[in-house]
Design a protein around this ligand. Structure first.
Ligand code: AKB
Length: 318
């Protein structure tokens, strides 16, 4: 294995905080530079405070560590993004352009750029939405991701920059809390169940969305980044499906362990966002090109989430 130096932006976030640990396990402590806008509480390892909208700072860090790979996770997500659309566009695009430009200039060998199911809108079929289905995103986050994917492809075609990307569904994990997304309810609901509190869901009971367990998410990301360059046929972003469920179905899955757990429904603006997203994705291209195969379905995820959250909350394990 070549001597990699891997910069992760947004390393304090829901996915970043888990990904940096996986990268450290794979490449070694000294190979990973975690960066975030804010200090990461209790982080052990190399850390740099970094505002990725500042190109000079990014360039300084890339040069300082002779960075060979960047995982660019810093972004404003779907629900939070709607509070200030122009600022969201600005931040999401500026950070991406800085990463792409600095990567070309400093000969970074691989870049990971997360996209999202939010790239789809009401013109795409709901079920088994295909890789190539029409993209008419309804949120500024979705617009920035749809544009970002195409810019990623542009930098690959024009400069040969090896940018790879996944369209993440809602990510669910016990290790960290999400922030600002439409799919966040599917993490919060487990915490409420464990604490034996009721949960008020901001989506409708039947709002089916594609989701994925954290362990599968991390594995998919590393498998994509490990795949031989020749096998990557999609240079915009790969559809990635883990599982699909509604709030009603995740509740039923939790109630197998917590029969008294109660959920009420009070849909807000996030329901409109969810309505424009696919219910499930066709990810055969990822399966075909680099062997993608999810391991967790809803019940397997519930069992694992509850087991780990119980440990975190110091309760008796399942
Ligand atoms: C969000 O809800 O905004 C994200 C996503 C699906 O990209 N979790």
């Amino acid at each position: 294995m070549k001597n990699e130096k891997i910069l992760v932006t947004g390393a304090g976030g829901q996915l970043g905080s888990v990904l940096v640990e996986a990268l450290k396990n794979k490449f070694g402590e000294d190979a990973v530079i975690a960066s975030d806008l804010n200090p990461i509480k209790n982080y052990k390892g190399i850390y740099e405070q970094l505002d990725v909208t500042n190109k000079n700072c990014l360039e300084y860090i890339v040069k300082k560590y002779k960075v060979t790979q960047i995982y660019h996770l810093a972004a404003i997500l779907s629900a939070k993004g709607e509070q200030n659309p122009l600022q969201t566009w600005d931040i999401n695009m500026k950070t991406l352009f800085n990463v792409l430009e600095v990567s070309v200039a400093e000969k970074v060998s691989k870049v990971f750029y997360p996209s999202s199911i939010a790239v789809y809108g009401d013109m795409a079929p709901k079920m088994n939405t295909a890789q190539s289905d029409f993209l008419n995103p309804s949120t500024v986050y979705g617009i920035s991701k749809a544009s970002g994917e195409n810019w990623a492809q542009y930098y690959f075609l024009k400069y040969g920059l090896d940018v790879r990307s996944l369209r993440y569904p809602g990510v669910i994990g016990y290790q960290s809390l999400p922030g600002g997304g439409t799919t966040d309810y599917a993490v919060e609901i487990y915490h409420k169940a464990i604490k034996e509190e009721n949960f008020e869901c901001y989506l409708r009971a039947d709002a089916m969305l594609p989701m994925i367990y954290m362990e599968d998410t991390i594995r998919a990301t590393l498998e994509l980044m490990d795949a031989p360059k020749e096998s990557i046929s999609v240079r915009t972003s790969y559809n990635l499906q883990g599982m699909s469920f509604t709030p009603e179905e995740i509740t039923a899955s939790i109630q197998k362990y917590y029969p008294n757990f109660k959920v009420t429904y009070n849909p807000d603006f996030r329901q409109n966002i969810a309505e424009n997203w696919p219910s499930s994705l066709d990810d055969h291209q990822a399966r075909q090109d680099w062997g993608w195969q999810p391991k967790y379905d809803l019940d397997a995820m519930t069992q694992d989430m509850l087991k780990h959250l119980k440990e975190q909350y110091n309760l008796v394990t399942l």
